[in-house]
Design a protein around this ligand. Structure first.
Ligand code: XMP
Length: 512
């Protein structure tokens, strides 16, 4: 049976992926596409609904992003958000102007319960606004269904044509009842039934992998991170011993992580796959000796990783398929032509050139990160693996400022393990990412009656939803003090502990 689909047309808004995630949280499959997606393609995809994102432009400028006007005649329900709402108004001959006052932040909006979007929403509800233009008058056929003191058309609709628009952002969590509104759109307006369930995704993927692979051989680079772990388990359930996982321990993992990965995926673990652990620690440390420049370190780690993997792959011989842990945000970013240039990212994704294989399998390419975790739980992967924080491909290599040595790795591993343990002991949940890093600063201290001249460890903890921006987390002072005490007492070579307050931007989450 055909699966339900809602599509998000991206007009350059920062929340494009968030909208799709929210729709999927309503159990309806949702994809993000550029606003230039052709009408023919849209007809072919036959979505149950379309959502226009926000964006930074003014609709009345000549070069602002648009879509074909016929989209409004397809009979497919459309929800325009922020710029998307203005675009709908403008293209259908309403008026959009520069607002006398721009609205930014949490704003009380008065809604009309007669609207399908707002039936079960409080009459006065807090919504997130972020706009300098506004719809001054709605197009013919539309009714205004929400207002604010500043905004005469905070929401409008033409239910006959199934066209809906909100000036505010229902997808962000600051909109108190935003999820209800999106739910109402996909269920009450679009008539979805909600067939996007992780259990069926897992079953369908297992079936399709079996069909695709037949009796072929599959190779997977396992890093111990969430994505490659979930991909490996999914494949092992589908094809068992036809799968070989190569786990390169580059000596830059968190404390005991290599053994933890082996315990799960190795011969004593619950999965029936071929597991090869390569202990390449010394090799990496040798290559990194004397190198302090961050980009050079990243490059060396990336190259060496590929080399080790390639050597192992050669021992295995020709394989039919190579698994890649690509997830949906990577697919969207490449489709929309965006790329990050601040740091050269390395992960197990960039391998195909060096290995003899016929085809790539990307079992997670439809999933957002939180859905990968859900799939992992569905597959029965241990919670400590599934809820693991993101960990960069170059590992501790970029959490040690300056040269990487075995001794420095030991220091940062021990400090980080203490930090994680105390965060868990304090029951602190919901942190985006937190870790210890080793600075290249040594300073004078006193321990007992002795002078010390040792390293400073930096603790970092950030709250973030998208990893593009982040705020320093407010970890209780007592917890930080306890971590400091333990690190100084238990980790040889450290006599000072600092807490990094920097947000991103201007900082980045990692130190290098
Ligand atoms: P930054 O430091 O750029 O990090 O603010 C943003 C997020 O990306 C992770 N990160 C990486 N992930 N390979 C990865 O797979 C990398 O080379 C890499 N560098 C940074 C970082 O941990 C954070 O979650």
């Amino acid at each position: 049976m055909k699966k339900e689909l809602v599509i998000v047309l991206d007009f350059g808004g920062q929340y494009n992926q968030l909208i799709a995630r929210r729709v999927r949280e309503c159990n309806v499959y949702c994809e993000v596409h550029p606003h230039t997606l052709s009408l023919d393609r849209i007809r072919e995809m036959d979505p149950k609904g379309i959502i226009f994102t926000g964006g930074p432009n003014s609709v009345y400028k000549d070069d602002s992003p648009r879509c074909g006007k016929e989209i409004f005649d397809l009979g497919i329900p459309i929800l325009g958000i922020c710029y998307g709402s203005q675009l709908m108004a403008y293209m259908l001959d309403g008026t959009v102007e520069n607002a006398p006052v721009s609205e930014y932040g949490k704003t009380e909006v008065e809604v009309d319960h007669g609207s399908l979007l707002f039936g079960d929403v409080e009459t006065k509800t807090i919504c997130w606004m972020s706009h300098t233009d506004y719809i001054a008058s709605a197009p013919e056929g539309f009714t205004v269904t929400a207002t604010t003191p500043v905004c005469p058309v905070a929401s409008m609709e033409d239910p006959k044509r199934k066209l809906y628009a909100t000036q505010f952002h229902p997808e962000v969590m600051h909109t108190a009842e935003g999820m209800k509104m999106l739910y109402n759109f996909v269920y009450k307006v679009c008539g979805c039934r909600g067939d996007w369930q992780m259990s069926s995704f897992v079953d369908d993927t297992i079936t399709s992998v079996r069909q695709k692979v037949g009796d072929g051989k599959v190779l997977c680079a396992l890093s111990g991170g969430v994505d490659s772990s979930v991909a490996a388990v999914l494949l092992s359930k589908a094809i068992g011993k036809q799968l070989t996982c190569v786990f390169v321990d580059h000596g830059l993992l968190r404390k005991d992580e290599g053994d933890e990965v082996e315990a799960v995926f190795g011969p004593d673990g619950p999965y029936d796959l071929n597991f090869i652990r390569v202990n390449a620690q010394d090799r990496f440390y040798r290559r990194l000796a004397g190198i302090a420049e961050p980009e050079q370190k990243r490059k060396i780690i990336g190259e060496e990783f590929i080399r080790v993997f390639e050597e192992e792959a050669k021992k295995i011989g020709a394989v039919d398929f190579l698994v890649q842990g690509t997830i949906y945000p990577d697919v969207i970013e490449s489709g929309l032509g965006k790329s990050a240039v601040i740091k050269s990212h390395h992960n197990v994704g960039g391998l195909p050139d060096c290995v003899d294989f016929k085809e790539i399998i990307e079992p997670l390419r439809l999933l957002f990160k939180d859905e990968v975790r859900k799939a992992g739980r569905e597959l029965g992967i241990p919670e400590n693996l599934v809820s693991r924080q993101p960990f960069p491909g170059p590992g501790l290599g970029i959490r040690i400022i300056g040269e990487v040595t075995a001794e420095r790795v030991r220091i940062v591993q021990d400090a980080d393990a203490i930090y994680r343990e105390e965060i868990a002991n304090a029951g602190i949940e919901g942190l985006g990412q937190y870790f210890a890093a080793l600075t290249n600063m040594r300073s004078v201290g006193v321990m007992g009656d002795e002078r010390t001249y040792d390293y400073a460890v930096a603790l970092r903890a950030v709250n973030t939803t998208d990893f593009m921006t982040a705020e320093c987390s407010e970890i209780p002072f007592e917890v930080l003090q306890k971590v400091m005490n333990r690190i100084i007492n238990e980790v040889k070579g450290v006599n000072r502990v600092m807490y990094d307050l920097t947000s991103k931007p201007p900082g980045t989450i990692e130190f290098e």
